[in-house]
Design a protein around this ligand. Structure first.
Ligand code: MSP
Length: 511
């Protein structure tokens, strides 16, 4: 195992839904970060998977008249297929119905019980099956049909049943201290404030078992109860890194980032660290809550019929085009809006005009004027070298910072600035005019441009891996020279080496 480890997780997805762009988005963000860290020399563990227990999944299975295990076997595959479709590089795909996971969930339960944080009582109150969450009376409103509705819009039902409780109310001060001691734990900052005020206002003991259905992990020594699905689901993060098993893999814990949507921050930033602290386990280093996507300005919903399937986007616009749009269109952490117009604009301006044209123009000139070989760098000036240094080689530290802050859009901005500079450099140097007047200088200018393209191609890999590699293939760069060690003048192109004829990387999108 490399010295530096990095563990990043997606939420595990409920299998009652087919994957849509919201799901693809969370995993895509993690994929970008995981790819960056691998290229930067880390030993990465990147996990995703499916959350298969609970009332919501049981009900979906019943609706389809299939046994829950058979149902989850079938629909979990949709999320596995999503990884292949979107070129996600997850190392693990966890399912909560795996025996190894059930054992971990029960182990956590045992630890909490041993340490005196669980007691048996009865729950009476509101529950939303859609959110798999408990709500207090004062959080609810009444809809036109007279039903009680949670702030998320989910209908709640009244539940009364015997239940085990976790003593969450006792954790208020310790959680607040934990947030204070670990100011980086919740991001973005605005979300952190929300969590802190929620914890300050009302933490009640949490019901952690159910008895009115049986699709869940059995509570140790009390088979009438199944574990509350969120306690079961959250522990997947320990299952994935074999927390209780292999010493070696355990080095991944505590996780570096749990990536989640803003809707499930409460579970990850309050319940999860409380469970872990109570069990005597270190909490993760950070929980980042990203925003939500609307579709052409509207909330995405089955009833509106505007749910966007990732496959449709990939088929219509292309894989890297889709990845690029989702990662570039919003400041990561904010909500975003998908529109066909926005998609076409990004593809044509950022991908075709900026990057695609740059690559096509420069490589074609090299093919035509330099015998398809990396030109001579003899006439590369001190000024050129300084520019390369400043706009490209030295950007890595800044990019690392952006990744560690999950400022994914800023990362892309920085990389695209290199392309903007390269396009400006073509205009000011006008290499085509130099062919007759100063061929040696023409070669130098093209050399500098190729070097900028090499840098861009390496750095875009986390965002658009296929396209980055396609450009590196044109440049004939060895597979071993495509990671961030190669972001250095010591690894610059060798004059005289053959390159390949380019083909368009990003054709224009015509609706
Ligand atoms: N099973 C739980 C997570 C358990 S993790 C221990 C769950 N699953 S989910 O399938 O409902 O949602 C998973 C993720 O999809 C969440 O991060 C959620 O924010 C994200 N999205 C669902 N709809 C979305 C949008 N419209 N836009 C962006 N992300 C959205 O919650």
């Amino acid at each position: 195992m490399a010295e530096k480890t990095y563990y990043i997780t997606t939420p595990i997805y409920y299998v009652n839904d087919v994957p849509h762009i919201g799901h693809a988005y969370t995993t895509l963000a993690c994929d970008m970060i995981a790819r960056f860290k691998r290229l930067d020399g880390y030993d990465v563990l990147f996990s995703t998977g499916t959350d298969e227990h609970g009332q919501k999944v049981q009900k979906s299975a019943e609706k389809q008249k299939v046994a829950p295990q058979a149902f989850t076997d079938q629909v979990s595959q949709n999320f596995r297929d999503l990884s292949a479709l979107m070129n996600f590089s997850n190392d693990v795909f966890i399912r909560t119905t795996e025996e190894r996971h059930k054992a971990v969930a029960q182990k956590i339960w045992d630890l909490l019980q041993e340490k005196g944080h669980i007691y048996k009582d009865a729950y009476s109150g509101w529950y939303s099956v859609r959110d798999e969450a408990y709500y207090t009376e004062d959080e609810l409103t009444t809809n036109e049909a007279g039903e009680k509705v949670a702030p998320t819009g989910a209908v709640c039902e009244w539940v009364e049943e015997p239940s085990y409780f976790f003593d969450l109310s006792k954790w208020q001060d310790r959680l607040l201290k934990f947030y204070e001691d670990n100011p980086e734990f919740i991001a973005p900052k605005s979300r952190r404030n929300e969590v802190v005020s929620f914890v300050k206002s009302n933490l009640q003991d949490l019901s952690i078992s159910r008895t009115t259905f049986d699709w869940g992990v059995e509570v140790p020594n009390d088979p009438d109860h199944v574990m509350y699905v969120w306690l079961d689901a959250l522990t997947n993060y320990l299952t994935v890194c074999d927390y209780f098993e292999e010493r070696d893999k355990k080095a991944y814990w505590p996780a570096d980032v749990h990536m989640v949507g803003k809707d499930i921050l409460r579970f990850h930033a309050i319940y999860w660290p409380a469970f872990l602290l109570a069990a005597g386990i270190d909490p993760p280093k950070r929980v980042f809550a990203h925003g939500w996507w609307t579709i052409e300005g509207q909330k995405m919903s089955k009833s509106v019929g505007n749910v966007v399937a990732p496959k449709d986007l990939v088929d219509e616009y292309g894989l890297d085009q889709t990845r690029y749009f989702l990662l570039r269109e919003v400041s990561f952490g904010q909500d975003g809006n998908f529109s066909k117009e926005g998609m076409a604009a990004r593809i044509n301006s950022d991908l075709s005009n900026d990057l695609g044209n740059l690559v096509q123009r420069v490589l074609s000139m090299v093919v035509k004027n330099c015998d398809q070989k990396v030109p001579s760098d003899e006439q590369v000036s001190a000024e050129d070298k300084l520019m390369l240094m400043e706009i490209a080689y030295r950007k890595l530290d800044l990019l690392r910072e952006h990744i560690d802050q999950q400022a994914l859009h800023k990362y892309i901005d920085v990389v695209w600035q290199i392309s903007t500079e390269a396009n400006k450099y073509i205009d000011t140097q006008a290499p085509w005019g130099l062919k007759k007047t100063d061929p040696a200088r023409m070669e130098a200018v093209l050399y500098v441009l190729l070097e900028m393209i090499r840098m861009i191609a390496i750095l875009v890999q986390p965002v658009i891996p296929d396209s980055g590699n396609k450009i590196l293939d044109f440049l004939n760069i060895d597979q071993k020279m495509r990671d961030f060690k190669a972001i250095d003048s010591a690894f610059s192109l060798s004059s005289g080496d053959e390159i390949h004829k380019p083909t368009p990387v990003f054709p224009r999108f015509e609706a």
